[in-house]
Structures are given as C-alpha cells and as structure tokens.
Design a protein around this ligand. Structure first.
Ligand code: NDP
Length: 302
C-alpha cells in the first residue's frame, strides 16, 4: 500500500454505510481545509454526511474518481492538479464549467457524473463580502492558468470597466483574451493581455488598478509574480490586492501593503466556493441555513 492510499488520505465510501460520502481530491491534499469547512456546513444545516480526502497518484485521478463513485461516493471537490481531468471525466458540464475549462465540483445522479466550477462565484462573493465594487472597476488579473480561467467569466459578468490579464508567458494570456472576448464585449468590458514584465512600464498600465488579483501559483513558493517596479505602477492607496493563496501575508500582499493598498488572502474564496459545492450536493434550500462568513471567522481564529 503506498502513501496515496494510506488511511488518512483515502476515503472509501464502503466504510461509511448509510452515510452520504464526499471527498476533496488533490495531490498533495493533507493540508486541505475543505474537510473542516464541510463538516461545519453539515453541522450548521444538521446534515448527516462524511467528507474526507483522496490523494490519487498523478495520472490516477480518473480511476480513483470512478472507483469512489462506483462504491457509493456522492460528490467530490477537485483541486490542483486534477481540475482538467475532472472536466474530462464529467458526462455533463454546467455552462460555467465549460467556459472555465476546469471542474472543481463533481456529483453523481442516475449514474451520470455532473461537473461544475464554483471558484469564480466564490471569489466574487468573497469580494462583495469585503465591500469591493467590481462594476466599473479597473481590474488586473495576474496569471492565466486554471484559476484565472475559472474566475474570468464571473468577474466579466459583473461589468468591470477594464480587465487586464497579465501572465509570465504571453501566449496563455492572449488565448484567454480570445476565449473571453465575446463575454467581455457583451458586458462592455475592455479586455486585454499583457506580460508580467509589461507591468513595469507605466505607459502600458497607465494608472493604478482598483483591484489586483493574484491567481498565479507563485505564492505557493512565497514568491511574488511581480517586481517592485511593477508593484509601484499597479498599486495605489485606493487599490485592493487579493491573493488566491491563503495562510500568511504573501510577498505580493506585502508589496501592496507597502504602497498603502488594502489586502486579502484567498481563504474567503475557498470557503465561498465550498459553500456553493455544499448547496449543489445537499440542496439550495439550505442557502439560508449555512453561514459561510461564520465558518471563515472560525478558520481565521483556529
Ligand atoms: P496553474 O498551474 O493552472 O497556473 C499557474 C499560473 O501561475 C500560470 O499562469 C503560471 O504562469 C503562473 N506562475 C506559476 N509560477 C509563477 C511564478 N513564479 N511567477 C509568475 N507566474 C507564475 O494553477 P492554478 O491556476 O490552478 O492555481 C493558481 C493559484 O491559485 C494556486 O496557488 C492555487 O492554490 C490558487 N487557488 C486558490 C483557490 C482558492 O479557493 N483560494 C481556488 C483555486 C486556485 P505560466 O503560464 O507562465 O507558467
């Protein structure tokens, strides 16, 4: 038995007879806060369920997910690096999962696997909860990977004035601009791509941004995706800097704080995307019963 199937990291629905079983799937996964978040939602809404972890070896996602559902598993949250494989596994995709090109929530119904993506809705709700206005705002989105793709649609739907995608390699940012140009046009948003090094050129950024979202994976190694020269161009005291990574004040957040901006990590997004997944699985009638901001406050003090 290898570590990916150790008891701690493998949730087998057969071991929980009579109880609906869910799991978060990723590699690595031992650090995940999702089991604690869903346990609190279950307590708040008086739902009987078990929510565990699964850590397939790289390349084993589909086999592990199929076995989980075949043995009675009801739903999964999917995280790095399996969101694209989850999309490929789903028999049916919601329009937002299709647009995102990635799936973070799976459920099974009548033998069919349904894929959804709640990341973007989770980010938007967390921004609103923190009093951030998106409509009419100038937004800079750093990164062009799965997380950026997942949040672009919900951000554009809120009608910002301008949304700039800046990525290390420009091809991926250009691709996202092409993919989302129709949606941007229909919401009257000016959508454009830059490279991260373009941000050092004040002629290209013109003014500081209202909202800067770090959706790169740089924070995981506690690097910032932007140089200090870029930070001086993009942040002003009116800016809000949001890092999707959570846990500590990242270098990116410190660059923003140093220039007088307000900052947030991505813990609220994690809780809000989980709330949407919980409601997808357990029913929208529980919307008023679960209290995601209380769960977030508990996580912050634990
Ligand atoms: P991907 O691997 O799909 O994309 C990574 C992106 O980060 C790419 O744009 C890549 O650029 C860029 N990048 C990686 N390292 C660096 C670096 N050192 N400097 C600059 N750019 C870099 O990852 P995801 O999009 O899935 O995830 C991104 C982050 O968002 C992760 O940290 C993840 O944990 C977090 N996340 C948080 C969520 C939450 O609920 N809070 C939800 C979803 C994601 P390039 O294209 O040039 O390689």
């Amino acid at each position: 038995m290898n570590s990916s199937h150790s008891n701690e990291l493998h949730t087998d629905p057969i071991q929980f007879p009579g109880v609906d079983v869910y799991a978060v799937v990723g590699n690595p996964i031992s650090h995940s806060k999702s089991p604690a978040i869903h346990a609190r939602f279950a307590e708040q809404s008086k739902q009987q369920l078990h929510y565990g972890r699964l850590q397939p070896a790289l390349g084993d996602f589909a086999a592990v997910a199929k076995s989980f559902f075949a043995t009675g598993g009801k739903g999964m949250n999917v995280t790095v690096p399996f969101k694209l494989e989850a999309q490929a596994l789903a028999d049916v995709l919601t329009p937002r999962a299709q647009l995102a090109g990635a799936v973070n929530t799976l459920r099974i119904e009548d033998g069919k696997i349904f894929g959804d993506n709640t990341d973007g809705a989770g980010l938007v709700r967390d921004l609103f909860a923190q009093g951030i206005q998106i409509q009419g705002a100038r937004i800079l989105l750093l990164g062009a990977g799965g997380a950026s793709r997942g949040v672009l649609g919900p951000l554009l739907e809120q009608g910002p004035k301008e949304l700039v995608i800046a990525n290390r390699s420009n091809a991926k940012a250009d691709e996202l601009v092409q993919l989302f140009s129709g949606l941007a046009h229909s919401h009257h948003v000016s959508l454009l791509a830059l490279t991260l090094s373009d941000l050092e050129d004040s002629a290209k950024t013109s003014l500081a941004f209202d909202l800067v979202i770090n959706a790169t994976a740089a924070g995981l190694s506690n690097e910032s995706p932007i140089s200090n020269a870029a930070a001086s161009n993009i942040f002003a005291p009116k800016s809000f800097a949001y890092d999707m990574v959570y846990g500590n004040a990242t270098t990116f957040m410190q660059q923003a704080l140093h220039r007088g901006a307000r900052v947030s990590d991505g813990l609220g997004m994690l809780v809000e995307q989980a709330a949407d997944a919980f409601l997808i699985w357990r029913g929208a009638t529980l919307t008023d019963v679960i209290d995601s901001r209380a769960v977030l406050a508990e996580l912050r003090t634990s």
